[in-house]
Each structure stands twice: as C-alpha cells, then as structure tokens.
Design a protein around this ligand. Structure first.
Ligand code: IVH
Length: 676
C-alpha cells in the first residue's frame, strides 16, 4: 500500500469511529471543526486518487450507518441531506460568489438574489409525514437515505401537532431539541440519582428520542422546530420565506428567526449579532444557516452527494477542541507555588493557536484522571487562558503514562512541600530564581507599576545578566544604559522608553504600589481597599492582626498574610529602599489631572476590546469620575465598541444622542481632557 492509500485508510477508519460514537452513542469525541478537517482531507485525497474511493467511504455518507438500530428502517422519499460547513465570512463570500456566477451564467439572470439567514439548531433532524392533515410517520435522518421510524416517540412531543389545521398531505423536516431549561433540570435529576449526566442538550435529545420507552420521551419534554418542506412548488410556494410562513400557518412550530438578506456585508453583521444573541434562546444553536431564498434556483444549483449547493452552514467557533497532551511541565510562580502546565499538540481555539494550557494543581490531574499521551478537550475559560477540560478515555491506546508530581523544585532543585490541608506544592527556597522572576514580573505588570516595555523576556534577560537581582534594582537600571543598549534587539529608543517608564512609575497611585508588592492574597480589589483605609504604608505596616480584621473585606487568611508580609525583614528592607527611591507610599499624592474629567458622563463597553478587560475599562471610567451603565438606553452618553460588537451597538445606533466611539477614541478623550 502506498502512502496516499494508507492515509486514506487511516482517515476512513478514524472518521468511521467518530461517526459510530456520534450517531450510535450520542457522543462527540472531537469538535466539529476537527471532524470537518479530517473529512476535507479525505475528500481531497479521494478526489485526486479516485481509484481509492470505495462505496463505504464516509465522504459518500450522511450520518450513521444504522447497523444496530432498534427501530424499523424506513427509506426516505427524498434523501435527507446535510449542510456543508463554513467557519468564516470569506467562505460565505465564496459560497455567494459561486452561486451568483452559476445563476448568471446559466440563466442570464438580472435580478438580485436574496438569502434567508436562520439559526442552526443543534439537535437531531426529523422528517414528519402528514396524510390528509394527520401525522402518520416520523423518521430520523439515519444515513440520509434510510432512517429510523420514531413515530411513537415523536407523538409525545407537544409542539408537534397530531393534526394540521388543514387536511393536507405534506412532508416537513425540522430539528428535535431539548430546551436548555429542561436539559439542566434533567441533568440535576440524573446527578441526584447517581446516573451519568448528558454532555450536552443534543446528546440528551438524541438519546431520548432514540430509546424505546415513549413515556420517557413525554417526560423529558422535547421540542421541535421545522425549517424545510419537501416539494414546496406543489403548494405554489416560490421562496423559502413563503415556505416558513406556510409551515407556520399549518400549525407547525418555526423558530421565527429567518432574516431576508441580500449582501455579504449584511450577512456578516447579522451573523455577529446572532453570535451574541443566541445565548438568550432556550435551545442550543451551533451556527447559522444561509439559504437561497428563490426556490426556482434550487434545482439549477443542485446537490452534492451530501448537501445542497443552495445552502451553507456557518459554524460558530468551537468552545472546546481536542488535542494531544504531549507532556506536563511544572512552573514556579512568584509565591513558590508549583503548577502543572499541559504541553499540547498545537491547535486553534476560538481563533488563536494554543500549545499550553493550565491545570491548576496536581489534585486536578488526579480528579480528572489525566495521563500523558491522552487526547484531551481544551477550552478557553472566560476567553483568556486555555484550560484542560477532560481526557477522552475512549481513545486511550494503553500507552498513556501516569503523571508523577515532582519532589524537587524544577528551577532551583530545593525540596518542595505541601502545606497542610492545602493542595498546592511549594518551593521552600526563599531565593529561588523563579520566585524572584515572578515577583519582578508582577511588580512591573500593567495592574501594578505598569512599566511599559518591561515584559517577561526582558525580565528574564536582565536577571540572567545580573543587571537586576531584585525589585529595587529596577530603579538603578538608568545607571547601566550602555550595557542595556548593547543587548540584542534593544535599540536606543526602546531603552529610552523603558527608562522613562521606570522613572514615571514613581508617581503611581498608592493602591497600585501596594498591589505591586505582591502580598499574598492581596489582589487589585484588596489593594484599593487597603489604600483607601490606611492612607499610607506606615500605618498598614504597623497594624495588628485584630486591627486588620476590623477592615470590612479583610478575613482571617488575608489578615494573616498581610501581617506576616510586613514582619519579614527582606520585605521591610525592600519597602525602605523603595521609599528612598521616591516611590509613592501614601494616598493623596496622585497627580490631580486624572480626576473627574468624565463627571456626569455615562459609559458602556460592548464587543471584544483590545487593550482592556471589561472590568479594567469600568475601573478606568470610574477613575476619571464617569459612571458605568449596563444597558443601552437614552441615559447612555458613550458606547465604546470593540470587535464583533452586536446587539448593543445595533440598539445604540437607533438613539442619536449616544456617541459611538472606539477604544482608541476613548484613549484620545482621556488624553485631551487631561491636557486641559
Ligand atoms: S436545512 C436540505 N436548516 O443541520 C437542507 N438544517 O449540519 C437541509 N439544521 O441536517 C437542512 N438547523 O439537522 C437546515 N435551520 C436549519 C437547520 C438545519 C439545524 C441541521 C439539520 C441538518 C444539519 C446539517
């Protein structure tokens, strides 16, 4: 067997295995995007080498193989097709260009085409047949040609009428879904009964509909939305828009989300809008569907073996993707905490490439039963740091290796200890280089002294060269200009910037300075609170534990941590040095210019911002005396829009008094107002 043939065989086996789990066990072993990539690779290979394409290829099949169904098999009168997938607006643009080209060429068609944009429901498709207005049969998609007779179960779904309001013969197709509210309730019950929970609503809906006890179907309260009518021309319907209205008028449920659109720009805008808005729906959606509205072109455009050429699905970015866990490395933070980091085979998650993910601590590895070599699901938690969700145990080969926690610090090789009652491993060496590096990085970070140009790489380099050994050395760097300038990639300009920023940091607010010190347990919120309550560091340093506990918001753990921090000689020496350097350790010394420039002005941010998190921009607004609102209304003065802004932007555009600004314009406002 040559290489190509071998790869085809391998791909076929992989895809078939995924199909079996997906359709047979209602389980997804990989994300849709990964699945589509494998299928696409197979399609391309088979296209180039048709001699290797066999009848059993998954590229020729829609859905499951139906090998072990418990239901009667029924042949569909018209095949139940799938949709081809797309993942970005360029692919949709190509889809539209292709269609328009075909139609113009064939028919010399002059009118503008229109498209209907719908939500793509994430459930399982069903074909329901009415005779003389009465429901006579309901069949799953199966392999697209032959499906399973689930009539009895379908009859238990309240939203599917047993009789239409007119004595018609028709076949309609739609999606059976489990409402999200029901999904949560069912999983709660299953958890209470010690049963395994359903991974997602689609699996729950599919599992429910494809089991033999109709009573269970009734209890689970499935729902169904229709989006397709077989032979629409038979009913004199000329557009998909009319089909939807027709289906509805006969007493069948539709989503009511069907927008008529004529340009790619509009499609782009509305897809973004629904990307946000869909979270408010009581059913799961995994994308949008775009269909040519004019039915007369459907036949002309035709179908591939699997999907119509007049429709396409746009899939929302996958929340979870799977990849291989290559290794675990151990990272030492500024407090000495040793955390496992998952080293992964590189994958794309929500638009960015990822090869490392966080695992918090060793207990999490045990709890999730993760092994080196496992295929694991990863996701972006709160859109920032990727996390390992769980291993896919079904895909184990037996070669996976246990993860063994280290006993020595991976950086300085000192012994590690596990504090009693706590799960974290900690390095015991006070002078561990990793700790020093972590402390310096924390000190110069954005939320701390905000020294610009002083990133992780630079800290590492300066430490390595002995230019700095601790935090206070940062303020001595101006005396080593030449050495710095001679470093690789450090031009005069960037040295200037760093040195200026270091000098400027002497004026940071007391609260920022407090945060930068890296007192364990004291984050941004507590640093602000402590600054406010103590007004200057000497008061804070001399506070007894009981006094600290009197501050509303400070508990036992925090009080102990602050007390211990200020009893440590090295910390005291560092603070004294910083005082001599001229760092601001009291409230009220901040430069006045920052105050109240936004007084009486209201703000709201929407979409993904480039420079700020949601909380950071809110803080920034409040810092300058502005007020944050949570919704768009006439009371709003400024809407700050980021990437992929959706419904809020839409609404704001309808209120002329609202000024819509970008993040850059917001910066500009701050700058200009400060000058005055
Ligand atoms: S139209 C010939 N519209 O997605 C047209 N399908 O990945 C066939 N789906 O098999 C389908 N929402 O199960 C259509 N608004 C929608 C849909 C939709 C969900 C499902 C359907 C289809 C699958 C393709």
């Amino acid at each position: 067997m040559n290489k190509k043939e071998e790869r085809i065989k391998e791909l076929k086996e992989k895809i078939k295995n995924y199909n079996e789990y997906y359709y047979g066990e209602n389980q997804s072993l990989i994300s849709d995007l990964e699945y589509d990539k494998l299928l696409e690779e197979l399609e391309i290979l088979e296209g180039k080498h048709p001699q290797y394409r066999m009848f059993d290829s998954p590229t020729l099949q829609v859905g499951s193989s139906l090998s072990n169904t418990k239901f009667k098999k029924i042949k569909h009168k018209k095949p139940m097709l799938s949709l081809s997938n797309s993942y970005n607006i360029n692919e949709i643009d190509n889809f539209i260009k292709r269609i328009e080209k075909n139609i113009y060429r064939e028919r010399n068609y002059g009118e503008k085409l229109s498209y209907i944009l719908e939500v793509k429901l994430d459930g399982l498709s069903i074909s329901v047949i009415y005779k003389d207005g009465e429901l006579v049969q309901a069949v799953t998609r199966g392999d697209g040609k032959i499906g399973e007779d689930v009539t009895e179960n379908i009859m238990q779904i309240k939203s599917i009428p047993h009789f239409l309001n007119e004595k018609l013969d028709l076949e309609v197709r739609g999606e059976v879904v489990l409402p999200l509210s029901k999904f949560e309730q069912i999983n709660r019950e299953r958890l209470d009964n010690g049963e395994e929970v359903f991974a997602n609503p689609r699996n729950a809906a599919s599992g429910t509909l494809r089991q033999l006890d109709a009573k269970i179907v009734k209890k689970r309260e499935l729902d169904c939305y229709f989006y397709f009518l077989v032979d629409p021309l038979k009913y004199n319907l000329n557009s998909h828009e009319e089909v939807l209205a027709f289906i509805k008028s006969k007493g069948l449920k539709i989503t009511n989300i069907g927008e008529k659109i004529t340009t790619v720009e509009e499609l782009d805008e509305r897809i973004k809008y629904w990307g946000e808005e869909r979270t408010k729906l009581d059913y799961e959606t995994d994308g949008m569907v775009i269909k040519v509205n004019e039915i007369k072109f459907w036949d002309l455009l035709g179908n591939t073996t699997k999907s119509p050429r007049w429709a396409i699905a746009y899939k929302f970015p996958a929340k979870q993707v799977s990849t291989k866990l290559l290794d675990i490395t151990w990272q030492v933070g500024r407090t000495g905490k040793v955390t496992p980091v998952a080293e992964l085979e590189e994958v794309e998650v929500s638009g960015s490439r990822v090869k490392r993910a966080s695992l918090h601590n060793f207990d999490e590895i045990l709890r999730k039963d993760i092994k080196i070599g496992d295929r694991v699901f990863i996701e972006k938690a709160a859109e920032i740091i990727p996390q390992v969700v769980k291993p896919i145990k079904e895909m184990r080969t037996g070669d996976e290796k246990e993860i063994i926690p280290p006993t020595k610090c991976p950086v300085c090789h000192s012994n590690l200890e596990k504090e009693e009652g706590l799960v974290d491993l900690k390095c015991t060496n006070r002078h561990c280089r990793a700790k020093t590096q972590g402390k310096i990085e924390y000190f110069v970070s954005r939320d701390g002294m905000n020294i610009i140009g002083f990133g992780q790489k630079i800290v590492e380099k300066f430490l390595e060269l002995g230019l700095i050994k601790n935090i206070t050395d940062i303020y001595d760097l101006k005396n080593h200009r030449e050495k710095i300038e001679n470093l690789d990639k450090m031009g005069e300009k960037s040295v200037d910037n760093i040195i200026n920023s270091i000098e400027e940091s002497k004026n940071r607010d007391y609260s920022k300075v407090l945060y930068s010190l890296g007192i364990p347990e004291v984050g941004k919120f507590l640093a602000n609170l402590l600054a406010e309550k103590t007004k200057n560091i000497d008061i804070l340093m001399n506070m007894k534990k009981e006094q600290l506990l009197e501050i509303n918001g400070v508990g036992e753990k925090v009080a102990n941590s602050i007390y211990d921090f200020f009893r440590n000689e090295e910390n005291i020496a560092m603070i004294n040095k910083l005082k001599n350097i001229g760092i601001n350790f009291s409230l009220g010394n901040e430069s006045k210019i920052e105050e109240n420039i936004f007084e009486n002005k209201t703000f709201l941010a929407t979409g993904k911002l480039e420079h700020f998190s949601r909380n950071e921009i809110k803080e920034e607004i409040e810092k300058f005396g502005g007020k944050n609102l949570s919704a768009v209304s006439k009371k709003l003065d400024f809407l700050i829009v980021g990437e992929a802004a959706g419904s809020k932007l839409q609404k704001a555009k309808e209120i002329p008094s609202i000024k819509i600004i970008t993040e850059e314009e917001f910066f500009q406002m701050v700058k200009e107002k400060n000058k005055k």
